[in-house]
Write a protein that binds this ligand. Structure first.
Ligand code: 5GP
Ligand code: ZN
Length: 113
């Protein structure tokens, strides 16, 4: 297994874990872009949002539905949350295992750069 986030989800590479169950893993980003910045990933290796299929419908629905609970655990109090998933190099994806960035604690601009 050569994927960084597969290794993090398996506990082979340490991370600052916020939440874990059989399917979903959440951990703080190593290079936070906001006062709170964590990543939510499926434990199953999926390359990006653009590689998800009907087979992942239940898993990704579960992952999304877990975000509020994980955000609460991370101390987000509801002032505004940005959830982002970069898919592909031009969109800024640097780790090719599907992940949702969850950012909070400051004001965010729109449109994104
Ligand atoms: P992307 O650039 O693919 O949208 O997001 C990848 C994110 O993973 C980046 O925000 C980067 O800081 C984070 N990241 C990369 N390597 C590690 C690591 O080893 N540990 C943690 N916790 N985050 C990482
Ligand atoms: Zn992976």
């Amino acid at each position: 297994m050569s994927c960084l986030f597969c290794k993090i989800a398996a506990g082979e590479i340490p991370s600052n874990v916020i939440y874990e169950d059989d399917d979903v893993f959440a951990f703080h980003d190593i290079s936070p872009q906001a006062p709170t910045h964590f990543l939510v990933i499926p434990k199953k290796h999926i390359e990006s949002v653009m590689h998800s299929t009907a087979e992942e419908q239940e898993l990704l629905g579960k992952l999304m539905a877990k975000i509020p609970e994980i955000a609460k655990k991370a101390g987000i109090d509801g002032t505004g949350v940005r959830v982002v998933s970069n898919s592909g190099a031009d969109a800024g994806q640097s780790v090719f295992h599907l992940h949702f960035h969850v950012l909070s604690g400051r004001k965010f601009g729109w449109p994104p750069g």
